[in-house]
Design a protein around this ligand. Structure first.
Ligand SMILES: Nc1ncnc2c1ncn2[C@@H]1O[C@H](COP(=O)(O)OP(=O)(O)O)[C@@H](O)[C@H]1O
Ligand SMILES: [Mg+2]
Length: 394
């Protein structure tokens, strides 16, 4: 088929030709946005799931939804080593400037900027790109204690009040939330707690790895009363078929049902892989309808591409001992593994694995679905590890 017309879109955050199987969570988001705008209480959304299931794509879709509903939005992505305060301040600044352009009284916006100015002033690190404006005096005593759990709530409330004053609503989107440390996550939760108590039109929508609910709960026990954690998973076989079938049909190309079944068998319904198989088999197919044989033939190039892109970027950031740990895990199989069993495979003591394990969690390669268990955050990573290191010798 014509590669130029290829509808499939494998890639981090690449919008799929059709966003299948996500209606329930999109509905939940629509209700949340609708309620917050009317200042009714509703739990904020933190989407959770493995890498490549479509969290970023969903967040972006919800952001479009928010904009259509007249929300002012900002969208940020957390990083391994960028503190929350420094990350968020420039965005809040543009948000306040945007609110300032809507007609209304000046006071609330000025106050928001003044609070932001004192917040930024209290960040230990210098922020070059956040100049708040010379005419704004920092509001001494607000959001400048240097304790994020006190300052961030004050700042969020000031911004919520500014939005309320302008008769609009604000939605803050944060991707990769698991990268925040405990204190930062705690500050975010407390900030949303204060915003909810005052019924301000400010909503938080985030996404992160499956560890997120546990992190949030450890940080603040009341987190589950404030947040809902929809589990974004693999697609059902029907949805996986639809994800391939519908975009192809729109371009007058058919997939045979045996081909669609084969895609599901290979991908287990993981959206990233579905896109990758769709993309490669489209390019390889000579005629429509595309049969099972093409899917099977595409497998080799799909695996090669996944190895080079999806898996390799993560692998290349690993130290030899981290690779060894993951290889031992892969040896045990795809599901969650007991740390004790990994230690046995590596012929070391469990206690000795602590530092490697902690680094791998920080890098977002593995997570702990239950106490003492380790699982890969990337589907099919176990098979990749075996391809990358065929002979395992502890
Ligand atoms: N509902 C869906 N149906 C089909 N493909 C999807 C769906 N959601 C995401 N994808 C595809 O999956 C890939 C990964 O999406 P992304 O949002 O980056 O995942 P995550 O943020 O969870 O790692 C992209 O190529 C995207 O086009
Ligand atoms: Mg993502």
């Amino acid at each position: 088929m014509d590669p130029i017309k290829n509808p499939f879109s494998p890639g981090a955050g690449s919008p799929p030709p059709e966003l299948v199987g996500r209606d329930p969570v999109l509905d939940q988001a629509r209700i949340l946005l609708g309620r917050v705008k009317q200042k009714r209480p509703e739990k904020s959304l933190l989407l959770t799931g493995l890498r490549g299931v479509g969290k970023t794509v969903l967040l972006n879709e919800i952001e479009r939804m928010a904009k259509r509903a007249d929300y002012r939005t900002i969208s940020i992505e957390a990083h391994e080593d960028k503190p929350l305060g420094i990350l968020i301040a420039p965005y809040l600044r543009s948000l306040l400037f945007e609110l300032n352009r809507i007609a209304g009284t000046v006071d609330k916006i000025k106050r928001g900027l003044a609070v932001l100015k004192s917040f930024v002033g209290s960040l230990k690190v210098k922020l070059d790109d956040v100049s708040i404006g010379v005419d704004i005096e920092p509001e001494t005593g607000s959001a400048d204690s240097g304790d994020l759990e006190i300052d961030l709530p004050t700042l969020f409330v000031a911004i919520g009040e500014a939005a309320e004053d302008r008769k609009t609503a604000v939605a803050i989107f944060i991707d990769e939330v698991q990268y925040f440390d405990r204190k930062e996550l705690g500050a975010l939760i407390m900030a949303m707690h204060k915003v909810q108590q005052r019924q301000l039109p400010l909503v938080l929508l985030g996404a992160g790895l499956p560890i997120l609910p546990a992190l949030a709960g450890e940080s603040k026990s009341y987190a589950e009363r404030l947040f809902s954690f929809p589990d974004i998973g693999a697609l059902s076989s029907e949805d996986s078929a639809k994800a391939i079938q519908d975009p192809a049909r729109a371009a007058d190309v058919e997939f045979e049902s045996s081909a669609l079944e084969e895609v599901f068998r290979q991908t287990k319904g993981y959206p990233y892989f579905v896109q990758e198989w769709g993309y490669q088999s489209w390019n390889m197919a000579k005629t429509s309808p595309i049969g099972k044989r093409v899917i099977v033939e595409a497998t080799e190039s799909v695996i090669a591409r996944l190895d080079q892109n999806f898996f390799r970027v993560r692998y290349d950031r690993l130290t030899p001992s981290e690779k060894n740990f993951l290889r031992a895990m892969a040896e045990l199989g795809p599901g969650p593994q007991r740390t004790g069993d990994i230690a046995l495979k590596l012929k070391v003591k469990v206690t000795g694995l602590g530092p490697v394990r902690a680094k791998l969690i920080k890098k977002g390669i593995v997570y702990s679905p239950a106490h003492g268990d380790m699982a890969f955050t990337v589907p099919l990573f176990d098979q990749f590890m075996i391809r990358a290191i065929p002979d395992f010798t502890p």
